[in-house]
Design a protein around this ligand. Structure first.
Ligand SMILES: [Zn+2]
Length: 177
């Protein structure tokens, strides 16, 4: 049932506009400066209209409306394009995942086997006729993606995340002596 569900999702996403043979989006130049971070207090003050102003239409659709971006379009599908670093919430800037926990799932979405502890919250999601676990940023509630139990060791979990929900911050190169 689960592989079928994934297949259905991927097919849906292709229909949504990203050709099956499309190249992954060109990786944006990775910054080594973390994005400004919103506090919980900041987040609570933000209205829906504020989020709409702060985010791109794609980010708003995924983060605040739980949309799903087309597979293979997000630009973070190849770990090697980005190397070592940290993946921050595109909504509030808090660090959610590190590159050490990223793996190539072949799903077309950035996949991680473990979040930074306490940064990701889970919720049951029965939408689209599927029983899934939705995952979101524990700070701002921004929708990230879904959690599956077919990931690699050591956790066996697969956090399937929309690239548009993430901001990658590259690890600063070590100081030269
Ligand atoms: Zn957030």
């Amino acid at each position: 049932m689960r592989p079928l569900a994934i297949l259905a999702l991927v097919s849906l996403c292709w229909l949504a506009g990203c050709a099956a043979d499309a190249e992954p989006a060109a990786a944006p130049a990775a910054s080594t400066t973390p994005p400004p971070e919103l506090t919980m207090e900041d987040v609570l003050k933000l209205t829906d209209a504020d989020w709409k102003r702060r985010l791109t239409p794609e980010q708003y659709s995924v983060l605040r409306r739980k949309g799903t971006e087309p597979a293979f379009c997000g630009g973070y599908t190849a770990t090697k394009h980005h190397g070592e670093g940290t993946y921050h919430c595109a909504g509030c800037g808090v660090a959610l995942f590190t590159s050490e926990t990223k793996f190539d799932s072949g799903s077309g979405w950035p996949s991680f086997f473990q979040p930074i502890p306490g940064r990701i919250a889970e919720e049951r999601d029965a939408s689209h006729g599927m029983e899934r676990i939705e995952v979101h940023c524990a700070r701002c509630g921004g929708h990230m993606g879904h959690l599956f139990d077919d990931g690699p060791r050591p956790t066996g979990m697969r956090y399937c995340i929309n690239a548009v929900s993430l901001t990658f911050v590259a690890k600063a190169p070590a100081e030269k002596k």
